[in-house]
Design a protein around this ligand. Structure first.
Ligand SMILES: Cc1cc2nc3c(=O)[nH]c(=O)nc-3n(C[C@H](O)[C@H](O)[C@H](O)COP(=O)(O)OP(=O)(O)OC[C@H]3O[C@@H](n4cnc5c(N)ncnc54)[C@H](O)[C@@H]3O)c2cc1C
Length: 486
């Protein structure tokens, strides 16, 4: 007897969890996470969620305009409108679900400022906002009788069957298994691991985008990759620790190798210019000075304020021998976020019937070519709720249930050769980092295409490693092809 669900949700970051919680308890859901339940980009989100909760000194038009300015006016007006107007109710909803944001002595929710925002509108939980949301939503999801939760379970592949999908899995015990679902929501997060240096967690290998691409879904603007200007500069680690935008929001200065402020050479908004502008300015300044040494300086602020406002950042910096109240923080840009992805409409429908995509793996068009800080958790909430609403409507209209058939995936084959992932990461780092190198893009594309062919035709065993490598090669191929074609 095959396992059958109404809805399969791939991913348990903020977008997967929030979608699962919108369904009624008569809907049978399977939600899977390929690693531990809290390992996700959502758990790493520090800064907060941008939204207009009151109109004292802010309004929806300003949030809309800021989003467009950061996005280079490449944003989708309809989805941005939905984001800014509907977002506050989703934020109030997660508060009702138990999420706590920092409040002042009168119990009023505090708001901070981040680059590109014209008002203080980012609600936060210290500098661990994402983790706070994830643990509260996870607890809710795990208490629901209609939701089956499968940790350490990787979806290798999804195929269309009559009235739904079959998903092939590698389960917690490494057993192969297939499940069937009438609807599928991809909430698999970003692609950061296609780069040598990224702020993203180890799960960010673009699996959902690869799976959607193989299903024939439209993928859009995958070359819209965001580089965060201020990751802690430690060249050893692949996962770079982020020094949140909120540190500049609270007044930190950016300094070059001569310990001089330099943003005035590049943009009137100085340290609070949007991320792409600041990242580009750092690269141009590094060419001007011939040095990759850059710093954040917030030492002039009160030390108790800094430790209280940024507990995780100050603790993490301390582990690296840097006291943020006394020392300059060494920083450099690194890959951070993907604006493009699986193309969806305003209800998160992909171009494949019954397949939805939400959160960082999706392309709703809200971010244009550069995401405004703290708009992605908001997008994850708003558009995962809309996906669920849309599926509920389809179900109310009477839907055909998925047809199952006996099937066990065959994962036998040759082991994956070493070094492919490293090579893909080096190609991407060289070719397409902040300011693209067209020659390296062209050559890299040819090499990545060859790797992809080998992976597809090499009769390799389907392992976790193979699937992630296939995803990275597919993502690198689509990005470089898009850039190469201009
Ligand atoms: C360091 C950092 C700081 C950030 N700060 C902020 C911030 O302050 N504000 C803000 O708005 N945004 C921030 N972001 C961005 C934001 O956190 C993410 O865009 C958002 O959380 C993505 O949520 P998600 O649910 O789409 O994906 P994720 O939270 O990444 O979750 C992806 C899920 O998919 C699962 N998955 C992936 N592939 C498979 C597979 N093949 N099979 C099964 N499961 C799979 C993973 O296991 C995981 O559970 C930050 C990001 C980073 C990295």
């Amino acid at each position: 007897m095959q396992e059958k669900y109404d809805v399969l949700i791939a991913g348990c970051g903020v977008s997967g969890l929030y979608s699962a919680l919108q369904f009624d308890e008569n809907v049978k859901i399977l939600i899977v996470s390929k690693r531990k339940d809290t390992l996700s980009n959502s758990s790493l989100a520090q800064g907060g969620v941008a939204c207009v909760l009151d109109f004292e000194n802010d309004n929806f038009d300003l949030h809309y305009k800021d989003t467009f300015i950061a996005g280079g006016n490449k944003n989708n007006p309809e989805t941005v409108d939905i984001l800014v107007h509907e977002g506050p109710d989703d934020v109030r909803n997660i508060i009702k679900m138990g999420v706590e944001f920092d409040t002042d002595e009168n119990g009023k929710i505090m708001k901070t400022l981040e680059g590109g925002h014209s008002r203080r509108r980012i609600v936060h939980h210290k500098d661990q906002t994402g983790y706070e949301i994830v643990i509260k939503l996870l607890a809710k999801v795990k208490s629901k009788p209609n939701i089956t939760f499968a940790e350490n379970t990787l979806i290798t592949n999804i195929v269309k069957v009559n009235s739904g999908f079959r998903a092939d899995l590698i389960c917690e015990n490494d057993e192969p298994k297939s499940v069937f679902a009438s609807y599928c929501i991809l909430a698999t997060g970003g692609i950061g691991r296609v780069y040598r240096y990224t702020t993203n967690s180890a799960i960010a290998t673009g699996d959902g985008i690869r799976i959607a691409y193989e299903l024939g879904a439209r993928i859009k603007n995958l070359s819209y990759v965001q580089f965060h200007p201020t990751a802690f500069n430690s060249p050893e680690g692949r996962e770079q620790f982020l020094i949140s935008e909120a540190v500049r929001g609270e007044g930190a200065y950016l300094l070059n190798c001569n310990k001089e402020r330099f943003m005035q050479r590049y943009d009137d908004r100085l340290e609070l210019a949007p991320r792409d502008v600041v990242s580009r300015a750092i690269i141009l300044e590094s060419r001007r000075t011939g040095s990759n040494n850059f710093y954040l300086d917030i030492t002039y602020k009160d030390k108790d304020f800094l430790y209280d406002r940024f507990p995780a950042i100050s603790e993490r910096c301390k582990q690296e021998g840097v006291d943020i109240a006394k020392d300059l923080i060494p920083i450099f840009p690194c890959q951070h976020y993907l604006m493009g992805g699986i193309d969806v409409d305003k209800n998160s429908r992909t171009t494949v019937p019954r397949l939805y995509a939400v959160g960082e793996c999706s392309h709703t068009g809200v971010h244009g070519n550069n995401r405004l800080a703290s708009n992605s958790l908001l997008e994850a909430l708003v558009f995962s709720r809309r996906a669920t609403d849309d599926i509920k409507l389809c179900m109310e209209k009477g839907f055909a249930e998925v047809e199952t058939a006996d099937f066990t995936p065959d994962y036998s084959g040759a082991p994956l050769p070493h070094g492919m992932r490293t090579e893909i990461r080096s190609i991407m780092q060289r070719a397409y980092f902040v300011i693209p190198d067209q020659g390296a893009v062209h050559n890299g594309l040819k090499r990545v295409e060859a790797i992809l062919k080998r992976l597809r035709n090499g009769h390799f065993a389907i392992t976790r490693d193979y699937c992630e490598c296939l995803s990275l090669a597919t993502i690198a191929f689509i990005i470089l092809r898009e850039v190469d074609e201009g």
